[in-house]
Design a protein around this ligand. Structure first.
Ligand SMILES: [Zn+2]
Length: 431
């Protein structure tokens, strides 16, 4: 018995002092503002990291670690020139990242998930990045009539592949292609401008996506995804989501608690200097308006998606998705199809179908903003005006007032004669 215990102690203690962790892969993702290095390993990696200058490089020492993979070949990366490694004394593996410019590293471990094992993430942010945002937003303010800004968010990216189809299609890839096609359509649309929240194969946190949309002063945030239901591969169709009431109220509490952050504006109003009651009222107003607009826009998008293919759910769905939580940017999430369904997986990969989906989303966005152009935008300026009829007014008088033909005014409003009534609303075409 004693011998058995001694033996057990020996095998329990053994890994602690002598097990070597193996790095089984090194991957690189390039985002617009940083580069992400991911080290895959058989167990959590113990490491120290520091930067050196002249020339700029980054040194990562891994304790008790062995390199079991090759380093990625770097070509055309703005920040990283080369990655190399060497064995040091005491089982230390030293990885050196040769940099094109000074960079600030940030590293953190990731636990295994369905697709990956243990990982160490090293994010590199170039130093001396001057903020261009302040300049751009000042220019935005000066613009007399601005474009409607559509923030297009391709779900997942980089380490996070999203759902996976039976033939290996990754959600992150197909949604990015659809997002890019949608951006092209938005760019062609007079009075509209797209902003790609993710435009490449890299990971972007959910809160970061919201932040990007806020910085771009987006009028609408549309997140593009593909659904998955592995338990039943026959499930198919598109769905459109907006934020649930429960999701909204938890976000409400979060914003109210954010006292210190004076830079945050809600619907263009600063909250930090208002008292508790006023803050609550302002936030409530902004959030309610946002949810109403989200619901209306989602309905339009769902309506046009119906023309492309089958819908999974015939009505707009509500969920507590984090990306939908901007209190003052109307937000919707489109599950374009079920990637877990082999037929839909195939169509998601088909560029023609991707284009059809993008076109349907564009149609929905267009019809929403035609009906409700945000004030101050070109769309609002060019939209047909409305005239409420007051006592004593005549149709010919109104036509004269707006310098348009009487026949034209009749035609646009579907009037057979010149009879009008008080309170009636006329559409006034642009002259
Ligand atoms: Zn997704």
């Amino acid at each position: 018995m004693k011998r058995l215990i001694a033996f057990l102690l020996l095998i329990l203690a053994y890994p602690v002092w002598s097990q070597t962790t193996e790095i089984s892969g090194v991957r690189l993702w390039t985002a617009p503002d940083h580069v992400r290095l991911v080290f895959d390993s058989s167990a959590p990696l113990s490491h120290t990291i520091y930067g050196l200058s002249k020339p700029d490089r980054l040194v990562i020492d891994f304790k008790n670690t062995r390199m079991g993979a090759s380093f990625p070949r770097i070509a055309g990366n703005k920040l990283i020139k080369k990655i190399r490694g060497a064995k040091r004394k005491n089982g230390v593996l030293r990885v050196v990242v040769d940099l094109a410019a000074a960079a600030k590293p940030r590293s953190f471990p990731l636990k295994p998930n369905k697709r990956y094992g243990h990982r160490l993430v090293v994010d590199l942010y170039p130093r001396n990045q001057k903020s261009k945002k302040a300049v751009r937003s000042a220019a935005d303010v000066q613009q007399a009539a601005r474009d409607v800004v559509i923030a297009i968010d391709a779900g997942h990216g980089g380490e996070d592949g999203g759902a996976r189809g039976p033939h290996g299609t990754q959600e992150k890839d197909v949604v990015l292609r659809i997002a890019r096609k949608l951006a092209v359509l938005v760019r062609k649309e007079p009075g509209m401008r797209p902003v790609m929240i993710r435009d490449g194969d890299y990971y972007l946190g959910l809160r970061k996506r919201i932040e990007r949309a806020r910085q771009a002063k987006a009028d609408l945030f549309i997140s593009i995804h593909a659904d998955s239901f592995k338990e039943d591969r026959s499930v198919r169709g598109a769905s459109v989501y907006t934020l649930s009431h429960r999701g909204a109220s938890s976000e409400f509490a979060r914003w109210l608690a954010k006292r210190e952050n004076s830079a945050d504006l809600i619907g263009g109003v600063e909250l930090a200097d208002k008292d508790e009651v006023l803050r609550t009222v302002l936030l409530d107003l902004a959030q309610n308006a946002t949810m109403q607009v989200s619901a209306d826009a989602a309905k339009e998008v769902l309506k046009s998606l119906r023309q492309v293919g089958k819908l999974h759910k015939p009505n707009v769905q509500r969920a507590g998705f984090v990306v939908l939580k901007s209190p003052d940017i109307p937000s919707l999430l489109v599950e374009t199809a079920f990637i877990s369904n082999p037929t839909e997986e195939r169509s998601l990969r088909d560029p023609r179908h991707q284009a059809r989906l993008a076109k349907a989303m564009m149609q929905g966005i267009r019809s929403y903003f035609r009906r409700y152009p945000p004030p101050g935008t070109l769309l609002a300026k060019n939209a047909s005006k409305r005239h409420v009829i007051h006592r004593g007014e005549t149709l010919s008088g109104i036509a004269q007032q707006y310098r348009i033909g009487l026949g034209e005014l009749r035609r646009v409003n579907g009037l057979r004669d010149d009879r009008i009534r008080i309170g009636q609303v006329l559409r006034i075409p642009r002259s």
